[in-house]
Ligand binder design. Structure first.
Ligand SMILES: [Zn+2]
Length: 569
C-alpha cells in the first residue's frame, strides 16, 4: 500500500466506519467450495518476487517488466488465458498503461466461463506487484533494496495460488486476475484499468484485492469493503469459518482508497481489501521474504477462492435477458439498442440544428412506428457489441453485418436484414479446399477496393490477407483457380448470378445484408416482428427512400437492379 493516499482517504471516509464483525460461530458445514492451498508454493513465490534480483519492482524499472513477465508465465502455467488484445490484434497478458506506455504493464489473465449459462460478467482477483525503487545514497554494503515481500509479493503469490486452485472450475462468470503496476506511485495501474476500461466496467461484478497478506501477529486478516463492498463482505464473513480464518471486518475505512480496490469502489463496483496492519518492516528495506507468513497468505487465498465460487453461484446476472415480449405478444420492456461511436451515415449524434441521426436511427424510428415496439439506446464499446449482446446488456446491435459474418453461430445470434440486396458471400471452387468461413482466414483473396466485401475483410480480427482488383466485371472479379486463388468475397446476389454461369463454383454465404440488425437467437419473436416490418418498408418504398437519402442514388440504383434481378429469377 502507498503511504501518500492515507490522509485524504482518512478525511474522505472518516464517517464511514463500521463495527468489527465477529466470525459466525455456527458449526461449519463440509464444503467443496474451499480448496486446500499449499503454503509452500506461496512461500516459494514470495521468495522469488521479493528477491534482490527484482530490485523492489519499481513500476518504471526494467526489473518490474521482468516481474510482470514472470507473473504472466505463472498465470499461464496455472491455466489462465490472455483476455485483452493489443494494438497488433494479438491477445497478451501484458497490458500497457495507455498514458505511460514505457512503464511496466498491468498483467491481466482470466479463466473464461465454462458453466451452462455464461453471463458475460467478470469477477476480479487482484494484487499489485510493484514496490519501491532502491534507496538512493545508500552506503557501501548497506541494504538498499526494498524487497516488498509482504507489500506485495504476498498478495501476488496469493493471486497465483487462487488461479491454480480454480483452473478446473466451470463457472458462469469469467474470473479475471490482475497484477497491477504502479500502485505505490498512486494506484497508477488500477486507475488506468478503470479509466481505459480494460474490461467493460458494467460487467465487473466484484473485486477481491490482496495487498499485504502475510504479516499479522494476531492471525486475523483485515477485511475492508465499506458500504459498497458489502455484498462481498457478507459472503466472506459467512464462509470464513470453513477455511477457517479469523477476520477483523471493516476496521479501516481509511484503507478503502489506499490500495487498488479504491479505483473500483469509486465507480460503484463492489470491492474489498485483504490486508495486514502496518508493521515495523512496512515500506522498509527489511520487508524480507523470510518474515512472511505463508500459512496466513494461503488461508486468505483459500477464502478468496471460496468467495469467488460462492458469489458466482449466487449472483443474479445484472442484465435482463428475459424475453422482451410476454407470452401474449405484449412488450414487457424496451428493446435496448447498442450504439458505438458515431458512424455516419448510419449513426450521427443529434444536434440542436439537426435532429437527423442517420440511416439506422431512421430505420429504427420507422420500425418502432410500424410495430409499436419501444426502443431505447445504450452505448457499448467498439468491438464489445457481441459480448454486450450475449451478456444481455443490450438486445440489438444495429448495423451489425460484419458481426453477423464474424460470429455466425445461429444458436446464439440471429440477424435481421435491413436491405436484402447486397449481403456478403464467398465464391469458392466447388472442389477447392475452402468451404467455410473458418478456412478462409489463411487464403489469398481478391476483392474490389472500396466494396462491402473489402470492408468486411478489414473488419476481421486479424484482417484477412487480400489483394484488390479493379477488373470491370461488376461485382465478380478475378479468377478462381485452385492453388492460386481459393476463395473470393463478393455480394451474395452477384455471386448467385455468377453461379448461374459456372458449374465449378459454389457460394458460401457469410452474412446477411449489408445492413443487418443482430439479436440474440432466443429473441426470435422480436426478429420475426422486425422482419415483417422491414418487408412492409420494402414493399411500400420506404426502405428505398431512406437508403437513397443516406447512401445516395447510385447505391440505391445498383441495389434495386440486383433486387429486381433476384426477384425475376
Ligand atoms: Zn501495497
Amino acid at each position: 500500500m502507498p503511504r501518500t493516499l492515507l490522509l485524504c482517504a482518512l478525511l474522505a471516509l472518516a464517517s464511514a466506519s463500521g463495527p468489527a464483525r465477529a466470525i459466525d460461530d455456527a458449526a461449519p458445514k463440509p464444503s467443496t467450495t474451499i480448496p486446500r492451498i499449499d503454503p509452500e508454493a506461496i512461500r516459494a513465490d514470495i521468495a522469488t518476487l521479493a528477491s534482490d534480483d527484482f530490485k523492489g519492482r519499481s513500476f518504471r524499472s526494467e526489473e518490474a517488466r521482468r516481474a510482470a513477465q514472470w507473473i504472466a508465465d505463472e498465470l499461464a502455467a496455472a491455466g489462465a488465458k490472455p483476455l485483452v488484445k493489443g494494438t497488433d490484434g494479438t491477445a497478451s497478458m501484458l497490458v500497457p498503461i495507455g498514458r505511460m506506455p514505457t512503464a511496466a504493464p498491468n498483467v491481466v489473465a482470466w479463466i473464461p466461463p465454462a458453466g451452462k449459462n455464461p453471463s458475460g460478467e467478470y469477477i476480479l482477483v487482484t494484487a499489485h506487484y510493484d514496490h519501491l525503487p532502491p534507496k538512493s545514497g545508500a552506503k557501501e554494503g548497506e541494504d538498499a533494496i526494498y524487497n516488498g515481500a509482504d507489500d506485495n509479493a504476498s498478495g501476488v503469490s496469493g493471486m497465483i495460488a487462487v488461479a491454480n486452485a480454480m483452473r478446473a472450475d466451470a463457472l458462469d462468470v469469467g474470473v479475471v486476475f490482475v497484477a497491477f503496476t504502479g500502485e505505490e506511485a498512486g494506484l497508477v495501474g488500477s486507475r488506468a484499468f478503470v479509466e481505459e476500461e480494460t474490461v467493460p466496467l458494467a460487467r465487473i461484478r466484484g473485486v477481491f484485492n490482496m495487498d499485504m497478506i502475510s504479516r499479522q501477529p494476531d492471525g486475523a486478516i483485515r477485511l475492508d469493503g465499506g458500504p459498497k463492498g458489502k455484498p462481498l463482505v457478507d459472503i466472506l464473513v459467512r464462509i470464513a469459518p470453513e477455511v477457517p480464518i479469523e477476520m477483523k471486518v471493516d476496521t479501516h475505512p481509511d484503507w478503502l482508497d489506499r490500495s487498488d480496490q479504491g479505483a473500483f469502489l469509486r465507480v460503484g463496483i463492489p470491492a474489498v481489501l485483504f490486508s495486514c496492519e502496518d508493521h515495523e518492516d512496512y515500506h522498509q528495506v527489511s520487508d524480507h521474504a523470510d518474515k512472511a507468513d505463508p500459512v496466513l497468505a494461503a488461508k486468505v487465498s483459500a477464502l478468496v477462492v471460496g468467495a469467488v465460487r460462492t458469489y458466482a453461484r449466487e449472483m443474479q446476472p445484472r442484465f435482463d435477458r428475459s424475453p422482451i415480449l410476454a407470452e401474449d405478444g405484449t412488450q414487457r420492456r424496451a428493446i435496448r439498442v447498442g450504439r458505438t461511436m458515431p458512424n455516419a451515415p448510419y449513426w450521427k449524434p443529434a444536434t440542436r440544428r439537426s435532429p437527423d441521426r442517420g440511416l439506422d436511427a431512421a430505420i429504427l424510428d420507422e420500425l418502432a412506428k410500424r410495430t409499436g415496439l419501444r426502443v431505447e439506446e445504450k452505448s457499448v464499446p467498439v468491438g464489445g457489441e457481441l459480448a454486450a449482446l450475449e451478456a444481455g446488456e443490450i438486445d440489438l446491435v444495429a448495423n451489425g453485418w460484419n458481426m453477423a459474418a464474424a460470429a455466425p453461430d445461429p444458436t446464439k445470434f440471429r440477424a435481421v436484414e435491413l436491405f436484402t440486396s447486397s449481403g456478403i458471400a464467398a465464391l469458392v471452387a466447388k472442389e477447392g479446399p475452402t468451404a467455410d468461413l473458418a478456412t478462409l482466414a489463411g487464403k489469398r483473396i481478391v476483392v474490389r477496393p472500396g466494396t462491402v466485401a473489402e470492408t468486411w475483410i478489414l473488419a476481421q480480427d486479424p484482417p484477412i490477407a487480400h489483394t484488390t482488383s479493379t477488373e470491370p466485371d461488376g461485382a465478380i472479379v478475378g479468377r478462381i483457380e485452385k492453388g492460386e486463388l481459393d476463395a473470393y468475397l463478393c455480394d451474395t446476389l452477384a455471386a448467385r448470378a455468377r453461379l448461374e454461369r459456372s458449374t465449378s463454383l459454389k457460394v458460401v454465404a457469410l452474412a446477411t445484408g449489408e445492413n443487418a440488425f443482430l439479436l440474440r437467437a432466443a429473441d426470435s419473436a422480436i426478429s420475426e416482428r422486425l422482419s415483417a416490418a422491414l418487408a412492409s418498408c420494402a414493399t411500400d418504398g420506404t426502405a428505398r427512400t431512406l437508403r437513397t437519402k443516406y447512401l445516395g442514388e447510385e447505391a440505391t440504383k445498383e441495389a434495386t437492379k440486383e433486387a429486381t434481378k433476384e426477384a425475376t429469377k
